[in-house]
Design a protein around this ligand. Structure first.
Ligand code: MG
Length: 173
């Protein structure tokens, strides 16, 4: 059985992942309104990926005989100063999730919840990838600045993302 403290914190992380999904969807809506459909596509897929993260923890809790307790998802940020600011927010969000996962891992270690530790290792690796792809995109936005042609090209590249697990679709270009 899962330790109660670990179960509570996994439930909290399920909420954090759903919030993350909701927040990316709000960013996608902003980009769609600004007519940057490529960025919107990337963010919609990212939203789906975060939903899958929440469900992965949901399944873990359920498989361990724990109780999934869903909580209120807080309101995400809906307004941004620019496209570049959206992706600054993506990176900040991923860094925040990394800190949440690290703290959950630390608790699982203290509580000797070995199955949770193994499950969380997947999330730790995932966060390395998430931060890397976000950092690359932020860098590209900072390089292009306000040049409309370059922004359109970057939007086109981001729109090439094809799956929710392929956040770095533009990383090798
Ligand atoms: Mg996540």
């Amino acid at each position: 059985m899962l330790k109660p403290l670990v179960q509570d914190k996994i439930n909290q992380q399920i909420n954090n992942e759903f919030y993350s999904s909701y927040s990316y969807l709000a960013m996608a809506a902003y980009c769609e309104h600004q007519q940057f459909q490529g960025c919107a596509r990337w963010l919609r897929l990212q939203s789906q990926e975060e939903y899958a993260h929440a469900m992965r923890l949901y399944d873990f809790l359920s498989n361990r005989g724990g109780r999934v307790l869903l909580q209120i998802i807080r309101q995400p940020t809906t307004e941004f100063e620019s496209l570049s600011a959206v992706f600054d927010a993506v990176l900040a969000q991923e860094q925040e999730v990394t800190a949440q996962i690290d703290s959950l891992y630390e608790l699982a270690m203290e509580q000797k919840s070995f199955a949770a530790l193994v499950e969380l290792e997947w999330f730790i690796q995932e966060q390395v990838e998430e931060e890397k792809s976000a950092r690359e995109i932020v860098h590209k936005f900072h390089l292009v600045g306000h040049d409309p042609a370059s922004l359109l090209e970057l939007d086109r590249q981001l729109g090439e993302r094809t799956s929710s697990s392929d956040a770095s679709s533009t990383s090798d270009r």
